[in-house]
Write a protein that binds this ligand. Structure first.
Ligand SMILES: Nc1ncnc2c1ncn2[C@@H]1O[C@H](COP(=O)(O)OP(=O)(O)OP(=O)(O)O)[C@@H](O)[C@H]1O
Length: 246
């Protein structure tokens, strides 16, 4: 298991340095710097319009900053977006799968697109790691819950062995049990050394699973806490409300 040590951080896998990005008259990212190391979970919280999705779009190479540099496993997504995306598993708020296909078929199809042909046993092992119950695997995913769809996406991330996982609001709409399951799953990917950046409004979930929580406001990190050092979640909740409203 790779443990992130705050005193001796490993080289960052996600590395945002002095990013500034304007859209029209608005400065959306304002000198944003943020690093996530291997085996580290970073939760990015912030109010509506704080710049969270924009940060993910820069990492995915869909938006280029006006200044500053982003690197994903050493690759600048503004320069080589396809190469950067090959390092990333991205879970949007709702995971896009082919509803008429089973979990197995979806995974086989998407992996083939990525140039790989894992056999049924290997797909099963990845679904085991993602915690999708066996009886569901041969059913069409059209009837899956959000949590089950996410498990299929996580299984693909496991198979692709990517160093970076980006998540946009992964637990919105999940009940507490499914949220806890999902956060435990992130813990397993962390143990594999994946660098995980999660955009979320769920402070409690972030406190439960993240190594660091950063509060984004006005396009920059205004406060950062480490749950392992002991935090008062209610005080943070009130503080988060103030940051979100700022
Ligand atoms: N296509 C666009 N053109 C101009 N401005 C945009 C565009 N998309 C987003 N913005 C602006 O960029 C800012 C940051 O948006 P972003 O979507 O990154 O925020 P967010 O933190 O993800 O918010 P939310 O929690 O609501 O998803 C907002 O002020 C938004 O109005």
């Amino acid at each position: 298991m790779i443990e992130s040590d705050p005193d001796h951080p490993l080289d960052p896998v996600i590395d945002l340095s002095g990013l500034t990005l304007r859209r029209g008259p608005r400065t959306v990212l304002a000198d944003l710097s943020l690093q996530v190391g291997p085996g580290e979970i970073y939760a990015l919280l912030g109010g509506n319009g704080a710049g969270k999705s924009t940060t993910l779009a820069v990492l995915l190479g869909f938006l280029a900053p006006d200044s500053g540099v982003a690197r994903v496993a050493g690759v600048d997504p503004a320069v080589a977006p396809d190469q950067a995306r090959r390092q990333i598993a991205y879970l949007p708020e709702s995971v896009a799968l082919y509803d008429q296909l089973t979990a197995h078929e979806n995974i086989a199809y998407f992996m083939a697109l990525a140039g790989s042909e894992p056999g049924p046993d290997i797909i099963d092992a990845a679904l085991d790691a993602a915690g999708l119950q066996s009886e569901a695997r041969t059913r069409r995913v059209g009837g899956y819950s959000k949590g089950m769809r996410q498990k299929v996406a996580i299984a693909m991330a496991v198979l692709r062995e990517v160093p970076v996982l980006l998540l946009d609001e992964p637990t919105s709409g999940l009940d507490p049990r499914a949220t806890a399951d999902f956060n435990a799953l992130l813990g397993r990917l962390k143990a594999r050394g994946t660098a995980i950046l999660m955009v979320t409004h769920d402070l409690l979930g972030a406190a439960d699973c993240a190594d660091r929580i950063g509060f984004l406001a006005g396009g920059r990190i205004v406060e950062e806490v480490r749950p392992a050092e002991g935090i008062d979640v209610m005080a943070l909740h009130h503080r988060y409300g103030e940051v979100a409203a700022a």
